[in-house]
Design a protein around this ligand. Structure first.
Ligand code: ZN
Length: 267
C-alpha cells in the first residue's frame, strides 16, 4: 500500500483516468463474446452522454442493481464493473442490471459533474440531467431488486468505507461482514477507514449505517435514496480511497461486489 499524496495536493482526484472510448469498446467486445449478458444504451440522443446498460435475465423481478461512474473522477468503479462482468460465474436463474458508466461526459473530462456541470448523484428527485431522466424511466415502477450496490471513490479518505442504507431494522444486512471479509482478504492492499466520523457522518470501522426514512427530507437525493426508497430493502454505497493505485482499487470494489452478491444468493 502506497499513498501517492497527489490528491491532497490537487484537492481532488489526481490519479489515473479512464479512456471512455476504449472502455466502451472493451465492454462491447466482451458482451459479444458471451450469451448471458446483453448490452443496450440509454440517452442515445446525446453521443457524449449515452449510457451503457448491461443486463442478465429478467432483472426487474428481484434482480441485482449495480451502478458506477456517476462521478467522472472515480474510474475504479467502472473498471470494477467490467472486471466483475468478465469474471463472475453467473448462477442459473441469476438476473441483474449493471450500469458501469453513468456519467461518460464527466469521465471524459475527469470531473465529478457531467459536462453541463451537474452532480448527477444529487438529482434523483430534481431530474435536471437527461442521463438521470433516462435512467429513472428505464427502471420503471414495478421493479424490485434483491440488492443494490453503487460503486464510488473518495479522493480524501484514508481507507475503504461504505454506506449501508435500509428500510427496516429487521432486514438482513451484510455491511459489517463485508468489511471484516475485505480486511481479512485485502487489508494489506487497501486498509479500512476507521475514523469515527467520515464525510460528516458517524462511522464504525468503516461502516456508516442508517435508516432511509431518516434522510428522505433531504432535497438532493443521491441514487441510493431513489433505489432504496422505491425498489430495494438494503443498499450499499462502496467508497474506495482514490489516492492509492488504481489496480488494487478495482480489485477491492469488484471483490466487495461479488461478496455482497454471494451473500444474497445464499439467503
Ligand atoms: Zn462518488
Amino acid at each position: 500500500m502506497k499513498w501517492s499524496g497527489k490528491n491532497r495536493l490537487k484537492m481532488g482526484y489526481a490519479g489515473e483516468t479512464l479512456d471512455v472510448d476504449r472502455f466502451f469498446s472493451d465492454l462491447s467486445c466482451w458482451v459479444d463474446s458471451q450469451s448471458v449478458w446483453q448490452l443496450n444504451w440509454l440517452n442515445q440522443e446525446d453521443p457524449r452522454s449515452r449510457i451503457p446498460v448491461v443486463t442478465a435475465g429478467n432483472w426487474r423481478e428481484s434482480g441485482i442493481y449495480i451502478s458506477a461512474g456517476i462521478h467522472g473522477d472515480e474510474p475504479a468503479g467502472s473498471l470494477a464493473c467490467l472486471d466483475f462482468l468478465q469474471n463472475f460465474q453467473v448462477p442459473s436463474g441469476f438476473s441483474a442490471i449493471c450500469l458501469p458508466l453513468l456519467n461518460p461526459s464527466g469521465m471524459r473530462l475527469g470531473t465529478r459533474e457531467n459536462d453541463r456541470g451537474h452532480d448527477m448523484n444529487r438529482e434523483f428527485l430534481a431530474e435536471i440531467s437527461d442521463e438521470i431522466r433516462a435512467l429513472k424511466a428505464h427502471i420503471s415502477d414495478e421493479a424490485q431488486f434483491r440488492l443494490a450496490v453503487f460503486l464510488h471513490e473518495d479522493w480524501e479518505s484514508q481507507g475503504f468505507y461504505l454506506y449501508e442504507l435500509f428500510r427496516n431494522e429487521s432486514a438482513l444486512r451484510y455491511g459489517e461482514q463485508l468489511l471484516n471479509y475485505l480486511q481479512s482478504i485485502h487489508g494489506e492492499a487497501i486498509p479500512i477507514d476507521r475514523s469515527p466520523v467520515i464525510d460528516g457522518r458517524d462511522a464504525e470501522n468503516g461502516l456508516i449505517s442508517g435508516r432511509i426514512a431518516d434522510h428522505l427530507e433531504r432535497p438532493d437525493w443521491p441514487e441510493a435514496f431513489f433505489i432504496n426508497s422505491r425498489f430495494c430493502e438494503v443498499t450499499y454505497t462502496l467508497e474506495s480511497p482514490s489516492d492509492l493505485d488504481l489496480t488494487p482499487r478495482i480489485h477491492l470494489l469488484s471483490l466487495a461486489l461479488r461478496y455482497l452478491i454471494d451473500q444474497v444468493q445464499e439467503n
